[in-house]
Design a protein around this ligand. Sequence first.
Ligand SMILES: Cc1cc2nc3c(=O)[nH]c(=O)nc-3n(C[C@H](O)[C@H](O)[C@H](O)COP(=O)(O)O)c2cc1C
Length: 350
Amino acid sequence: MNPVISYTQYPIILAPMLGVVTPEMVAAVAEAGGLGSLPLGGLSVEASRKLIRKTRQLTSKTFAVNFFANTAPDVEKNKEATGQMLLFIQNILKKKNWAENTGFCYQFYPYQDLIDLIIEEDIRFVSFTFGVPDDECIQKLKSNGIILTGTATSVSEAVMLEKSGVDTVVAQGIEAGGHRGTFLPGALPQTGLFALVPQIADAVKIPVIASGGICDQRTMQAAFNLGAGAVQIGSYFINAEESLATDVYRNLLKRATDTATQLTRSYTGRWARGIRNNFMELIENSQLPIPDYPIQNLLTTKMRELAKQHGDAGFMNFWAGQNARYAPAKPTEAIINELIVIYKTIHAAE
Ligand SMILES: Cc1cc2nc3c(=O)[nH]c(=O)nc-3n(C[C@H](O)[C@H](O)[C@H](O)COP(=O)(O)O)c2cc1C
């Protein structure tokens, strides 16, 4: 039995998208019969509890929560790069006349802190990215009957996740918007979904969830044909009425072309796909070393907030996948229902 449909009617997952997905979106997808994913990556236990409870108030159906399974960065090793980057960003703010002290306050909420909360709140489905949680966490979640999904950007990562005991694996293609889930050292895997899904499906026994560029009948059908047991869709939901996306973000999505996005470490220190803008270019040209995630994320937070206040699209991150232009401006309920109709059409033809 495909674990995704053991709790939901349809193997369609609203991707967790930190900064975009709201409890309202998760609930709308759950109510329609899909699996909504509530993003909790990098959040405190208290903030996570509030989001889970808010979602619970909106639906009695099963939904997933998602966290970042990365470990804390070596702050000492990043000290010099952090100092240089802080000066660089402060200079940008000065030039912009955004007279604010960016400061830099290091904080890190380890995923381990979320495990008890997830169990207490009776969550049935957990997905994660950026790593493999430690054995103790995996065992604790599994012994409470929770279904686990890890994120892989290569066959080796998928195999490692399967060995760790997860129930399903997300195959995240290079098209995908947002952060790469990559966690093994070495060159960044850049495999497209067309090549990644069949190779992961051949290498593991657990069901594969295809993620990256899925937005219509053609792309969904391709994902299932390639061997996926479910699809996880992100960018297509960014423009949903209930999403946290700003008007600037929504307008950029509308104008996005096939080549509008690029992979960058500029905003957070981890590779992520977003709509290319000034800050990405400035960082590239500076050739400065970029501190590791999430130090760079913290360093750019104030700048992004100020850019948002001033409506300056050059200095905020707009995570988006290569098919983001298709994202419809509709209520989440309408978007998921259309995707379900597509799924039924594909299924009926099988
Ligand atoms: C705005 C945005 C935020 C994202 N945040 C997360 C996240 O919090 N956790 C996660 O596992 N994946 C995150 N992702 C990646 C998605 O889970 C998914 O892999 C991706 O959206 C699929 O590609 P698509 O955007 O082309 O559909 C994010 C993607 C986007 C576009």
